[in-house]
Design a protein around this ligand. Sequence first.
Ligand code: AAL
Length: 403
Amino acid sequence: MKIFKHLLLVTIVSLLAISCSNKCNCEKECCATETEVSDDLIYRYGITDKNHLSAASKRALKWPVKGNEWFIRFSEQYLKGDLAYEEGVVRRDPSAMIMNDGKYYVWYTKSTGPTQGFDGDVEKDKVFPWDRCDIWYATSKDGETWKEEGLAVPRGEKGAYDDRSVFTVEIMEHEGMYYLCYQTVKSPYSHRVKNQVGLAWASSPDGPWTKSKDPILSPADNGEWLAGKKNRFEVVNKGDFDSHKVHDPCIIPFKGKFLLYYKGERMGEEMYFGGREIRHGVAIADNPKGPYVKSPYNPISNSGHEICVWKYNDGIAALITTDGPEKNTIQWSPDGINFEIMSSIPSAPHAIGLNRTVDGEKDPTEVMRWGLTHEYVTGDYQCIKKFTSRRKERHGNFVDFAQ
Ligand code: AAL
């Protein structure tokens, strides 16, 4: 497994190297030649003969030199109180945690009852565990034992853009106001239904929440389904990377703007690097409530799944999980758009809710020292869990970060 992870990083770096050499008529124009390589680097990588560099050594010599601070590993634990697993109940996709009045706050997707799928009557059935959901919230003094406080944002009235389900929520606190952004679906929930993003705001984390009348983000409108079919794979034109669904929204205030990161799913999605065809985009606004304009640089990641982004060192860091050739990497960008790989990790918890109550500048991964995730206890029911992370500081046993 370790070897596989290492190979993944090597592959990624070689893809970067290929893109570099493709831009040049001759590799010598933009990439280090064998004679230009410093003896320090030859020593660092233990290279036998600098006049006989294998492809692997050439790639290694192009790696930026990095410390170990971006390389972490995760483990997971169950929670107590109302967020312990409950048969018959779906609690999943936790938001980041914030602190208010000495308590951690988290928002999440909640529903009850089993999932029937798409084979029956989608007007009546529950097609996914995240169908027919509302957004609930819970608080905790220690992050271990949680009290469910109640409903935060319900589904909309019949006919509204969010009348079927509201789910996969994130919290942003800004200048004394609280903003929840979340996925929305309008009934009927078919294979081809478009998913949008809604927003709600309040002056207290306990609400009451005011919902946006319209979605703040929608899929690109340039794909075309193949007529006469119901599935999401047959298309005349796939359109942009986000032509079907905009998911996992997360808003970060950054340098006077508001960056809305999201996962794009595409009409006619294909198998891609052995997994799903998932990419990430960003939309930018001058005001927390929008309007959000998609960046012309989208997609800003060709891998990943649930969005997990945080501010670090005057830029934005991202955990890229689950899908694509760069899965299981941590990346960083100076501008929130142009991300570079900083590390590869063995695996990552699903649907991370970061700990935004700490000083994220202390360490690149401080916001992930511990946080929330979810587990599929069964296909029907999921529960929220805690994760912790640690860095391998030396050979032998792990050293845990101080909690
Ligand atoms: C998650 C997220 C979104 C999807 C579903 C619920 O992993 O990507 O939230 O809609 O699965």
